[in-house]
Design a protein around this ligand. Sequence first.
Ligand code: MG
Ligand code: MG
Ligand code: MG
Length: 308
Amino acid sequence: MEKEILIFGHKNPDTDTIGSSLVKERLNKKMGNSNCKAVRLGNINKETKYMLDYLKLEAPELIGGVEENQEVILVDHNEFNQSADGIEKAKILEVVDHHRIANFETSEPLTYTARPYGCTSTILFEDYKANNIEISKEEAILMASCIMSDTLILKSPTTTEHDRKALEELEKIAGIDIKAYGLEMLKAGTDLDDFSAEELVNLDAKSLDKNGTKFVIAQVNTVSIEDALKRQEELEEAMNNEIEKNNLDLFVLAITDILNSNSEIIALGKKVESVEKAFEKKLENNKVFLEGVVSRKKQILPNIDKNI
Ligand code: MG
Ligand code: MG
Ligand code: MG
C-alpha cells in the first residue's frame, strides 16, 4: 500500500487541532481520497478528551515527527516551530488554517486555505457545503466542539459570522443543546488540579520567533483566576525553567477566565517590557490583569509581537 498522507494540527494539541484533523480525514475520504490518516503531535488535553469520550472516539495516533518526503496536510497551524519535527523536509500537500502565516515555506506548490475565521472547523464546514457533502452527526459534534473551544462559545472577539452560522447549522444536525454540551466541555478543560506546574505551562503553549527573538505564549482556561494564581510561585518556577532550557527571551502565560472573559497574564524573561508596552500597563509581581482579553491570536499575540 502507498504510504498514507498524514493529517495533523499543532504541537500541544487543542480541541480544534484534534477535531479538525479527524474531520479533515473524514471529509477527504468522503471526497474519494481514502489514503489519509489523522495523527497528533502531543497529549490530549482534558477538554478534548471530553469531546472524544462523548463521541466514543479514540484519540488519533501519536507521532514523534515526520520523515523526509512524508506527504502531509496541516490543519490549525502553519508555523514550522509549532509543527512536527522534520516538517522542513516533508511534502506539504495542503494547509487549512485560520492563523497568521509566518515561518512557513515550501519548495513545491500546494493547496492553501487560509480564512480569518474563529476556527479551522468553520473552514471545513464550508468545504462540506461547497462540495455538497453530507455532514454526519458525529462530524457535526466534532466541528461544533472545535468552534466552541476556539471561540469560547462564540464569546471571543475572534468569532465571525461564519462561525455563528456554522454552529447554528451544526446544532441542528447534532440534535443536542450544543451550547450546554460546549460549556461542559470547556469546564472539563479547566480542571487543572492534577497537572504539575511544568505540564500546565506547556499544555497550550505556542512557540514564536520574531527575527531571532524567541518567545512563548501559553494559555490555560479556568473558571477562577484567583484559584489558578494560588500556584503562581510554582508556575513561575516552571516558566523560568522553560526560559533557561529553550533560551527564550520571554515567556507569557495567560490565565483566561472563560466565564467572565478576562485574562491575567504572568510574564517572565528579559523582554517583559514588550508585554508592558503591548497593554500599556505595568506588571506588578510579574502579572497584569487584562479585562475583556481572551484571545491569544487576536488580542495577545499581535500586541506583544509588535512590541518585541
Ligand atoms: Mg489550535
Ligand atoms: Mg484553531
Ligand atoms: Mg486555543
